[in-house]
Design a protein around this ligand. Structure first.
Ligand code: FEO
Length: 400
């Protein structure tokens, strides 16, 4: 994709990545792709805001060579040091030997740790401004959105926010780079949520803190370093992120996420009875087969729905492993304020329910009465599963 002038003198010079299978080595993006958005400001002084991943350096440099001679570059602004944004730095510096690198204090240390760089680096302070001529950049320290060194850059005259990881999303850009020129906005919003829950959710408190720091700064455009640039409705992505971040300390939407696993369909039959009970109460439900579904795709529902039903059997005296894997990731991502229940089959001694309740207690989830049953579900078990579905749905509706 060619560079685009997004505001006078300000260019998107990003690149798409449709090759990487696992973002951060963890999260599937093989089908969806991702973009590494970089921005070039040309003025009396010039600046690059965030770069690209190293493996795409050739594409990235080709982008830049179409609009600017890097030999004249004055500044490289490092909002965030993670190598998906800084990986091309050494290649850039080879072509821009006079460029100064700007970042917060922890960035200075990381530049040495990651790239052995110690010269031509200027340490910024929170709120500091840099005039490039017609454009003034203001640097706002926003630690832990996503790493401790992270800042966001605000272009004062144009009222553009460059938040790097913040307000970003998965999804390569299919030609249209703006919210009003892409042809599948629901896809990008869904992928923003998946990205949020995979990458940012554990730092929700920091997102809310960052939003507070920009409360008095008008924002006409949100230009993150992953995903769409929001110019028609920049408030949309800010409010989505605010809503999602609020779920770290309050119950989410009325809905139930089912973590379902089975070996010989005994648990599946009991789950179907529970789903009948949930449906009778009219509560939305999302069933995820933990045997087949990567946790990346489960986290969005788990984060945004306040009910959880774990329907999975006992395996070697513990909870079915792939169900436990999801719960361990939920614990790591600080998924909280859930009302949950357990249901599942066991062959001789059980153990899954206690295993589930142990980790649920760690996450401070409210756990309703669940149960395990021997072998296949008898009529009494199916009735009990149905009733459990009703009770869980009612608790979720009541906001418990
Ligand atoms: Fe897109 Fe935290 O890096």
């Amino acid at each position: 994709m060619k560079p685009r002038e997004i505001r006078p003198g300000v260019y998107w010079v990003g690149v798409n990545d449709r090759i990487t299978e696992l973002f951060e080595g963890l999260w599937p993006i093989g089908r969806e792709g991702i973009s590494y958005n970089s921005y070039l400001v040309t003025d009396e002084k010039s600046a690059l805001i965030d770069l690209s991943k190293e493996m795409l350096s050739d594409d990235y440099l080709a982008q830049l060579s179409g609009v600017y001679d890097l030999a004249s570059l004055d500044y490289v602004i490092i909002n965030h040091m993670e190598p998906d944004h800084s990986g091309a730095l050494k290649r850039i510096l080879e072509l821009a030997p006079n460029a100064h690198i700007l970042g917060m204090s922890k960035t200075v240390r990381m530049l040495k740790d990651f790239y052995g760089l110690t010269e031509n680096i200027t340490q910024l302070t929170n709120g500091e401004e840099l005039s490039l001529g017609k454009h003034t950049l203001r640097f706002v320290y926003t630690p832990f959105v996503h790493w401790p060194e992270t800042m966001m850059t605000y272009m004062v005259e144009e009222q553009v926010l460059f938040p790097c990881d913040g307000f970003g999303g998965y999804g390569a850009l299919d030609g249209g780079i703006f919210d009003d020129t892409c042809t599948n906005l629901p896809f990008y919003e869904a992928e923003a949520l998946r990205y949020f829950t995979n990458i940012v959710a554990a730092f929700s408190k920091s997102v809310l803190s960052a939003l507070g720091k920009f409360a008095d700064m008008p924002i006409k455009m949100v230009a993150p370093s992953h995903g769409l640039i929001w110019r028609k409705d920049p408030g949309r992505i800010l409010e989505l992120y605010r809503t999602w971040s609020e779920y770290y300390h309050q119950p989410a939407d009325a809905g139930i996420t089912v973590l379902f696993g089975t070996m010989y369909r005994n648990t599946e039959r009991a789950l179907n009875a529970a789903l009948d009970g949930i449906a009778e109460e009219g509560v939305p439900v999302s069933v995820h087969d933990v045997r087949k579904t990567h946790v990346s795709y489960i986290l969005p529902d788990l984060w945004t729905q306040r009910g959880v039903l774990v329907a999975a059997p006992t395996y070697e005296g513990k909870l079915f492993p792939t169900a436990m894997d999801v719960l361990m990731m939920a614990n790591r991502k600080r998924v909280s304020h859930k009302t949950a229940a357990y249901l599942g089959s066991y062959a001789w001694g059980g153990g899954a329910q206690a295993d589930f309740e142990h980790i649920a207690e760690k996450m401070e989830w409210q756990v309703l009465n669940g149960f395990g049953f021997l072998g296949q579900a008898e009529t009494a078990d199916l009735d009990r599963a149905h009733e459990m579905g009703v009770q869980l749905a009612r608790a979720v509706k009541a906001g418990e």
